[in-house]
Design a protein around this ligand. Structure first.
Ligand code: HEC
Length: 136
């Protein structure tokens, strides 16, 4: 019996660790904490700044809109492979920004492709604020 219970708990814990599901707001709150640590003068996120950041090129060939289009509530298309990318705005695609590992992986890869470096917590929070402000 005890063994069964511990197996059950083990499975439960592994399930929780391997599939952490978070609300968009929790992920935004994490960026907020990160930004505050990185910059004591941090004054919150800006959806407007996030939109500008998302549309602009940052010295390279691509902007975020190159693959996600300038309407994140619509499907995008990979600039290189032509593969369809599901909408990035949570209003259009509720799975977005619910898996912290996925969010971290793709911010890392895409920021590197677009900026040649990692995005700061401010930049990530601004972009997420912009995407959350989009109503379908
Ligand atoms: C070269 C194409 C390309 C560019 C440019 C690009 N992305 Fe992406 N992005 C992808 C692909 C491919 C995925 C993963 C497939 C998917 O999730 O649909 C993805 C996924 C993401 C995700 C994952 C979100 C989630 O929770 O599922 C985020 C966040 C993201 N991109 C942000 C950005 C930002 C910010 C920029 C600009 C700095 C950017 N992307 C530029 C192709 C691109």
């Amino acid at each position: 019996m005890l063994h069964k219970i511990s197996v059950l708990f083990g499975t439960l814990i592994i399930g929780v660790i391997s599939q952490p599901v978070m609300a968009h707001e929790e992920i935004l709150a994490e960026f907020n904490n990160e930004a505050r640590v990185a910059n004591p003068a941090f004054r919150g996120f800006s959806a407007t700044q996030g939109e500008t950041f998302f549309r602009q090129k940052h010295g390279g060939e691509w902007a975020c809109v190159s693959c996600h289009t300038d309407n994140p509530a619509a499907s995008g298309k990979h600039a290189k492979t032509g593969k369809i990318i599901q909408p990035l705005a949570p209003a259009a695609n509720p799975e977005r920004f619910t898996n912290p590992a996925k969010v971290a992986k793709w911010f890392k890869r895409n920021c590197n492709d677009v900026l040649g470096r990692a995005c700061s917590a401010q930049e990530k929070g601004d972009v997420l604020s912009y995407l959350l402000a989009i109503k379908n």
